[in-house]
Design a protein around this ligand. Sequence first.
Ligand code: PA5
Length: 448
Amino acid sequence: METLKLDISRVASFVPQSEIDAMKAEVEASVSTLHKGDGAGNDFLGWLSLPSSISEAEFAEIETAAAAMRSLADYVVVVGIGGSYLGARAVIDGLQSSFAAMQPVKGRPTMIFAGQNIGEDYTAELLEFLDDKSFGVVVISKSGTTTEPAIAFRLLKEMVERKFGKAEAKDRIIAVTDKAKGALRTLADREGYKTFVIPDNVGGRFSVLTPVGLIPIAIAGYDIRKLVAGAKDMEAATAPEVPFDKNLSCIYAAVRNALYRKGKAIEILVNYQPKLHYFTEWWKQLYGESEGKDGKGIFPAGVDFTTDLHSMGQWIQEGVRNIFETVVSVRTPARKVVIPTDADNLDSLNFLAGKRVDEVNKMAELGTLIAHTDGGVPNIRVEVPELNEYYLGQLIYFFEKACGISGYVLGVNPFNQPGVEAYKKNMFALLEKPGYEEATKAIKARLK
Ligand code: PA5
């Protein structure tokens, strides 16, 4: 197996190599802080060694529960939000057919995601869709009290019990939550659901390699051992003893911070494969929640190319020069489609006849790289040999490790998210939640 390739050569005209090399000491200090566990947020470092510590028994328990759910349900609703949802969705979408939802396959449940919004139409349409289906639910919440998934689960639980009976609900519902506390833990224990634990020392956005990600991924039919094997190889490739100039996560953390110090405050994660859309969403949460605090942080944005070249391309080419791009490029697609010759050639595309669609995609990528760097946009490129479990595992750990390092270089606690509470406090005050009486009075006075 290969290792991902990181190409920073298209950054050189924006930040000289000497400035990147000068970050070595800061990056190495951050690596040491992470591994010694003496920095801010050090009670949330369990993710660092997850790939190398998952046991055979843990794999087997997840696979057994997944097989049972697969034998029972044609559709499985994964209920969760933020870190309790994006990792699983990123991997499943990255691996499954883009048309999986339209073409259900017997024995492979179609995965549906809920509890990540409070749109009433979405909720109503979901319940209506499931009404005549054989379905199961995986409810994921570390705190067990997050409003969005709690509302969705309340509705889905009621529906499972009504359709299949209370006894069968036990087989159709899996809960992933804290080992001891929270409303979901209390409910799951009372109802006798199969449960999996989110370790105390792993925060939501770093939890894809715990049952939070592994249970839905295994139910969807993907090989969680290969995913973890990829992550484990990247854990070794980015270990503290691997020197700075060979350590992909260190280099990436150094380059993005060097760019930030030059005023490049927005990083755009770019893909050329629509299957990676949710990988970008996962990455946005990872970096956004980890770094955006204390008035600091690179704003993580994302685009799907070539689609968004026809919408965001103009801005990226000629807008404010405060951006850089990180391209995740898949070297070899799994499938092959050759462009045919057309006798009439009305579209004048016969010059492409005989070429694979991916050859066109790769030239679009190269043409864009040259255009954007010419236009003042530094470019980092991560090459992934193929889109499969193993390389997604490598990508996940590579970005997680770089995020931890980068957060410390930036001088923030990468493992908390205090800012997320502000909207919740206001929402509960507006909804007159018991215990929020003072906040309710205050917010109502402001709205008069
Ligand atoms: O990264 C995080 O910590 C958050 O995105 C959480 O995962 C998200 O808010 C969901 O929280 P919970 O799992 O407690 O429902």
